[in-house]
Design a protein around this ligand. Structure first.
Ligand code: NFD
Length: 367
């Protein structure tokens, strides 16, 4: 009786064990499915792509200098964006509401260039990027441009605290001094080995990014604008070059027929210490610039070596001959501030004290 009752359940359990073992064996001997990227989860896809990246990207997870796209391009761009907004709090990011999404900005940049051969790029390529990053910047009376004076102009602008240059904006900070070029039919989409220097068939590709950056920034400034130029360039390179970015993309795009316009262009013309002067205000290429500025309906001023810039130049090159006298006088004034009286300025005082001391000593010895 007991045997009869147990027969069917025991048989069922035995059969299900056999079927399970068989199933497992079958799954073991199944032929591998043909590999498709779509079969992977997004996480697995990432792993596979990163293996390809390691094979084809000479940067290979570290920094090396190549002739191509800067190693770590994406990380540098996103990191700079965070630093600008969260740490440095650039001139336009004083309120939380102005904070931009760094990943979104990077993606706009990436959409523009990734997989695109460098020589197929032109200024419109970067329109979306500058729309997101630069369009809301509106410097009033503080817009600053430069040509041949990159370092001094930026010490003077002081990260946008005194004046605002293109390089003080988030749009430019994210990409300044980086190199990139897209690569078609490639899993990475950037060429990390070699970027073309120039494209004969498309001269626009070379100036696309900084050309549109310059144009967009120039369109945003109003009131007085300031241009720091170099009057000590060598004979073939004038202070105002008609083929410079300033001449081609900035000056022609200053606003003049809208509600808020540029009113005056103030040229600050620098002459480097220890280097001969090539041009002064009112001479050679500065005359051409003045003409162009006035033709466009703006007022024009030009000042040779304003004091603030002279101090910066001599601060950088304090051993230059022209800076020595300034240095001595500055020291005297500083000592006067520190000690109430400049000691360096008073060699006669030292002499007088010394003579008095000798006289008193002699008097003491004689008595
Ligand atoms: P510069 P600028 N192709 O001292 N900006 O007036 C390429 F690709 O002579 C900023 O020409 O003065 N780059 C940056 C070039 C770049 C070429 C350009 C060229 N044919 C323009 N010629 C930037 N942040 O990098 C020159 N360059 C590069 C705006 C080269 O790196 C600024 O708002 C050189 O050091 C500024 O008001 C730099 O351009 C004005 O244009 C500047 O050449 C300065 O251009």
């Amino acid at each position: 009786m007991l045997m009869q009752r147990c027969f069917w359940p025991v048989l069922f359990i035995l059969l299900s064990i056999i079927v399970d073992i068989d199933g497992r064996q079958q799954s073991k001997i199944q032929p591998p499915m043909p590999f498709k990227l779509s079969h992977l989860t997004s996480n697995q896809r990432g792993n596979r792509q990163s293996t390809e990246v390691q094979q084809m990207n000479p940067c290979n997870g570290t920094y090396i200098r190549t002739n191509g796209t800067t190693c770590g391009l994406k990380e540098i761009i996103i990191g700079r964006c965070y630093q600008y907004q969260y740490t440095n709090r650039g001139p336009y990011f004083n309120y939380q509401t102005n904070t931009k999404d760094c990943t979104e900005l990077y993606e706009a940049f990436e959409r523009a260039v990734r997989y695109k051969p460098f020589c197929e790029i032109n200024m419109s390529t970067y329109e979306e990027y500058f729309k997101l990053t630069l369009k809301d910047i509106k410097p009033i009376d503080r817009g600053m441009f430069w040509s041949g004076t990159n370092m001094i102009a930026h010490i003077y602008s002081n990260n946008g605290h005194n004046y605002i240059t293109l390089e003080d904006t988030l749009a430019a900070v994210m990409l300044n001094q980086l190199t990139w070029c897209g690569k078609a039919n490639d899993s990475i989409g950037f060429d990390y080995v070699n970027c073309p220097g120039a494209c004969e068939e498309n001269p626009w590709s070379d100036v696309a990014f900084w050309g549109l950056a310059s144009k967009t920034f120039a369109e945003s400034v109003t009131g007085e604008v300031h241009v720091v130029l170099n009057g000590s360039r060598d004979a073939t390179d004038l202070a105002f070059r008609t083929d410079s970015f300033f001449a081609k993309f900035e000056l022609p795009n200053f606003r003049r027929d809208q509600q808020f316009n540029v009113i005056r262009v103030n040229v600050l013309l620098l002459h480097s210490p220890d280097i001969p002067i090539r041009e002064k205000c009112g001479e050679k290429s500065l005359l051409i610039l003045e003409d162009l500025v006035r033709q466009r309906g703006f007022d024009y001023t030009c000042e040779d070596d304003p004091d603030a810039l002279l101090m910066i130049m001599c601060g950088n090159e304090y051993n230059a001959r022209e800076c020595q006298v300034a240095r001595r006088i500055l020291r005297q004034e500083w000592d006067a501030k520190l000690f109430g009286q400049s000691l360096q300025n008073q060699p006669e005082l030292f002499l007088l004290i010394f003579v008095l001391f000798i006289v008193m000593l002699c008097a003491a010895l004689l008595t």
